[in-house]
Design a protein around this ligand. Structure first.
Ligand SMILES: Cc1ncc(COP(=O)(O)O)c(C=O)c1O
Length: 360
């Protein structure tokens, strides 16, 4: 089998062009005579890779000058702890729990202070985004936390919550760079890159400068203090050099596609093909309230576990892989990140139609 259509939720599909470029540069990166994997993070060649990556990301997201970009390790899970450790000055924070990842973050924050769950959609297996226009935001909350796109459940905040003047912190792991964002509306934005941006092993945090201080919770390790990394330009310790290099290539690829506005249009067109089919299908159903549907993660079911399992197996044999849904939802999930070509979704829908005809 050649390259498959990979619908994995993460680590996930990367642009083929980027992979080919990386392959070409594997043994000799731009005349340095070595791979980026072998290069000192203090070298001039690597500093250029890092600087370019940051500059391109700033351009793509129109990141204001008073925000820092940090390339960190420890994944999104580490941010679940770093956020309260660095931001919970009054030891109070409000969490909107719209899925398993938001719940993990909420649970982690409880270790450091009073984390309040001010809204949740757990009553209906996280299949919708609660109304966040008038929530009981705590007077002394240091921030309000959301997971903007819920990878497992396939929901997305289409409007940001009314935080009543409090700082907004968002986990954007699974919608990062899928469409434009107004960075100035957030205090902190972070995303694990292994879904829409690059290989696993790094998280990018975009944080407003005034939030980067030495005034962190007592006992916060040096490595978990944002100031450490901001002051060192993400080079306090050895970073994930190869991942930064790959993300930088993806940023350049995104710029070539026309930037995030163009990506949004492409992603909308792509997701519509699948959602339109699900809406008309007598066999498959989407599991999310239509107005809250994600452009990136599309869960669906037949309602029959055996049939779901057969579908996943037959789809894989045809080159449509990693369609199994998360164990907490069951059924299927197609993750259709930036790098999934529209043909991948068109062909998947063709296959679903055929499967439906054969199994009516
Ligand atoms: C939205 C979201 N947040 C957090 C995580 C956890 O990321 P990590 O494994 O990088 O800690 C994931 C997926 O793995 C995710 O989809």
């Amino acid at each position: 089998m050649g390259r498959v259509y990979n619908f994995s939720a993460g680590p996930a599909v990367l642009p083929e062009e980027v992979l080919k470029e990386a392959a070409e540069e594997m043994l000799d990166y731009k005349g340095t005579g070595m791979s980026v994997m072998e290069m000192s993070h203090r070298s001039k060649a690597f500093q250029e890779i890092l600087d370019d990556a940051e500059a391109d990301l700033r351009e793509l997201l129109h990141i204001p000058d008073n925000y820092k970009v940090l390339f960190l390790q420890g994944g999104a899970h580490q941010q679940f702890a770093m956020i309260p450790m660095n931001l919970m000055k009054h030891k109070v924070a409000d969490y909107i729990v719209t899925g398993q990842w938001a719940k993990r973050a909420y649970q982690e924050a409880q270790k450091y202070g009073k984390a309040n769950k001010i809204a949740s959609s757990e009553d209906k297996t996280f299949s919708y985004i609660p109304d966040c226009s008038d929530l009981p935001v705590s007077d002394d909350a240091d921030y309000v936390y959301i997971c903007e796109n819920n990878t497992i459940y396939g929901t997305k905040f289409k409007t940001l919550p009314n935080t009543k003047g409090k700082l907004l912190v968002a986990d954007v792991s699974s919608c990062f760079l899928s469409e434009p964002m107004d960075v100035s509306k957030y205090g902190v934005i972070y995303g694990g890159v292994q879904k829409n941006v690059g290989p696993a092993g790094m998280v990018i945090t975009i944080i407003r400068e005034d939030l980067i201080t030495e005034d962190v919770l007592p006992g916060t390790p040096t490595m978990l203090t944002y100031k450490t990394h901001a002051d060192a330009g993400s080079l306090y310790n050895t970073p994930n050099c190869y991942c930064i290099y790959m993300c930088g290539k993806v940023f350049k690829w995104l710029k070539k596609q026309g930037g995030l506005e163009a990506m949004k249009q492409y992603n909308e067109k792509k997701a519509k093909i699948l959602y339109d089919f699900l809406d008309g299908s007598a066999l498959f159903q989407g599991t999310v309230v239509p107005k809250d549907r994600s452009l990136m993660n599309v869960p669906f079911v037949t309602g029959n576990d055996e049939l779901d399992a057969r579908f996943i197996k037959e789809a894989a044999a045809q080159g449509f892989v990693n369609l199994k849904g998360h164990r907490s939802v069951g059924g299927m999930r197609a993750s259709i990140y930036n790098a999934m070509p529209i043909e991948g979704v068109e062909k998947l829908v063709e296959f679903m139609k055929k499967f439906e005809e054969e199994n009516r």
